[in-house]
Ligand binder design. Structure first.
Ligand SMILES: [Zn+2]
Length: 196
């Protein structure tokens, strides 16, 4: 119970532009939504902290092709592509973290320019539970930052999915998270491990 109270769930970038039909579609990305919903439900049920991150870019963001970046235009703030997936369960008590809001700054990590580290520390969070999109970019960078800030990190391995520009990118990202001290577990095992 003590450990559970110190957990925060961080759901990374489950937005239309990262799902099939979107600007940077992660193939099979929708498969993770019902699994994430089960974990979100469990956290919401006993008032554990839940955060949803979103790419929330200005129209001229530096990460876009044409502005020096490597990505097609995506997740422009207040456009349909930036919306959370309509199937994603978002409890009223959840906190939304917008990132990549500055025109000149890229922000893969949920900690990048968002103040999340302080929010988590101030609320006594010791362990960050992670799922979302995409494994080798925003999920990985969020995990690496969380570990760097001294949080324990658990990645729900069936609740993440990668872009896979190069085959194996997701696998390598997960291996890197493990090598830095993170842990991988399925959402089912996590839920049974932390069941009340
Ligand atoms: Zn972006």
């Amino acid at each position: 119970m003590e450990m559970r109270a110190k957990d925060a769930l961080v759901v990374v970038d489950v937005q239309s532009d990262f799902l099939p039909g979107g600007a940077i579609a992660v193939r099979g990305g929708r498969q993770i939504v019902p699994r994430l919903n089960a974990v979100i439900e469990a956290f919401a049920k006993d008032s554990r902290a839940v955060f949803f991150t979103r790419d929330w870019h200005p129209p001229d963001h530096v990460s876009f092709e044409g502005n020096g970046g490597m990505w097609p235009r995506h997740c422009v703030r207040d456009t349909p592509g930036a919306e959370f997936d309509s199937e994603l369960r978002i409890p009223e008590t959840a906190t939304v973290i917008s990132k990549g809001t500055e025109p000149r700054l890229e922000a893969y990590s949920a900690f990048s320019g968002t103040g999340l580290e302080k929010v988590l520390s101030d609320s006594g969070v010791a362990r960050v539970i992670l799922g979302g999109l995409a494994t080798e970019y925003c999920v990985k960078e969020t995990a690496v930052d969380a570990l760097r800030f001294g949080f324990a990190v658990v990645v729900l391995k069936d609740c993440v999915m990668g872009v896979e520009h190069e085959r194996g990118d997701s696998e390598r990202a997960l291996e890197e998270i493990i090598s830095r001290g993170g842990r991988l577990i399925t959402s089912v095992d996590f839920l049974s491990e932390t069941a009340s």
